[in-house]
Design a protein around this ligand. Structure first.
Ligand SMILES: [Cu+2]
Length: 178
């Protein structure tokens, strides 16, 4: 674990060094202000509610939800911000993630429960402005009490693994006589 952390740190250091070298090469005449740290290599991201383009949610989710990536790429290493819009009564069966999941409720009322069994009676209600941190590997489940938009941020690569494989729309076979 420690070795992985050091390796990532070294890569980041190399990347930053590369940016500094590149800037020095392209802007030699600009006087450097020693009090100003090197500018981050990333571009800024501004999202306005009207400018967000919603698309189908990833196949890990049941049909009916829409999804947008605000910044980053949850499939790649590094920070990401995404939003998920769900109709009322939309459910996410017990599952877990490889890294921490930070959920902020943007609108509506979201319900979240801990553990491996869906139990509506023990779920907590989170109104707009509510937040929950689900640590890596912690089993949890969720439901939209009303139409809901949540924002999820964390460190990629992110993934969703269902506790029970029959809850996974990606691998579920066609319903037999249901
Ligand atoms: Cu989750």
């Amino acid at each position: 674990m420690r070795r992985i952390v050091l390796t990532v740190g070294m890569l980041l250091a190399l990347g930053i060094a590369g940016v500094v070298v590149a800037q020095d090469a392209t802007t030699p005449a600009t006087p450097a202000n020693p009090a100003t740290p090197a500018a981050p290599a990333k571009e800024h991201v501004i999202a306005t509610p009207a400018g967000i383009k919603w698309g189908d949610a990833p196949p890990a989710f049941e049909k009916g939800a829409t999804f947008t990536v605000i910044s980053g790429d949850p499939s790649q290493a590094g920070p990401f911000v995404v939003r998920l819009k769900m109709p009322a009564r939309f459910k996410i069966a017990p599952h877990f993630h490889p890294s921490d999941e930070n959920v902020t409720v943007i609108s509506g009322t979201f319900m979240i429960g801990m553990g491996e069994k869906f139990d509506a009676a023990t779920m907590k209600s989170l109104p707009a402005g509510g937040f929950v941190l689900l640590p890596a590997e912690m089993r949890h489940y969720a439901m939209a009490k009303t139409p809901v938009v949540v924002q999820v941020h964390g460190m990629g690569p992110f993934a969703l693994t269902y506790v029970n494989s029959e809850d996974d729309p990606r691998t579920r076979t066609a319903p037999a006589g249901k």
